[in-house]
Design a protein around this ligand. Sequence first.
Ligand code: MLT
Length: 385
Amino acid sequence: MYRYKCLNPIAEIGLKRFTADYQQVDDIREADAILVRSAKMHDMELPDTLQAIARAGAGVNNIPLDLCAEKGIVVFNTPGANANGVKELVFAGMLLAARDIIGGANWVQNQAWNPDIAALTEKEKKRFAGSEIQDKKLGIIGLGAIGVQVANAATHLGMEVYGYDPYISVDAAWNLSRSIRHTYDVEEIYRECDYITIHVPLLDSTRKMINRDAIAKMKPNVVLLNFARDLLVDEDAVIEALDEGRIHRYISDFPNTKTVGRQGIILTPHLGASTVESEDNCAVMAVKQLQNFLENGNIRNSVNYPNCDLGTCETESRIAIYHRNVKKMISRFTDVLSDLNISNMSNTSKGDYAYTLLDLDAAVPQELVEKLRSIDGVIRVRVVK
Ligand code: MLT
């Protein structure tokens, strides 16, 4: 029996995938796995029994990734599962910046009492006129699942699209329309683009990447869009540039006391992935990944451990070893298991951490499991089967 705890509401379509072998629990101390959306986990006490955390979404800045890696807790996310939802809101943001739709709609709302509204509309509408996004230049910083979708859709709307991502994956590159100008210099985006949207994860290296320096290099009247994470942008610098008339609009999905109510800033309440479809996709993907990990030891889309997949175990037993990515580990494991036949194995690594799956023709005696655990550099050993 596997036990899981949901720290946030997770779409039913995902939870329904759990079979009778799974039980939802209230107490985190009983959980083998956690499903989470936005709950902040940095200060939570994580029990030693916890095996995995699945984030129903892309960003993982609410989860203590290093601590989890050290405790042998595999953290998953669901890249791409909500990309369409976010993409659509990015275009809504662009259109809200290009035309005064909010001002116009508010004006109409305030005329509810007015019997002359139809006639007055034709007189007043010029106050809310704007421009079109077709033929404008859009710069996309970060070409992951969301960035690629925004880029491709923008070409269909007649925008000239520049993309920047020094770490673009092969998959993303395959999916990117050939009409996108792939730049190796983010400053080209600052110099050239009328709209700039960021789609990178929040890391120490990306924190406040849109700062005074970056803004100073941008085209006058640029529109900045942030549907990724608030801390990617130095909002003091944005407010300063807005006050000086150098930025036309800042559109953000992350309201706070600094930005709310400011002229030139349009805020939505973190709605990017809040669609039925995105929530369903994220829940299904998160649950499938958890099941594959708990039942087979396979890792797909982890952010702190490497991908590793041996399919379903066809032999008598399977052992998963989480360990440091250092030399001689495999020979130590095979030494301990030298009396058993290893019929299949996979060893993969990600940064400082590595993961080894071993399929064996016989059950591994508990004393050998303990021996594996005692090897210097081993973080966790799990008997999967
Ligand atoms: C994400 O990181 O994908 C979003 O923040 C998801 C969400 O809204 O929960």
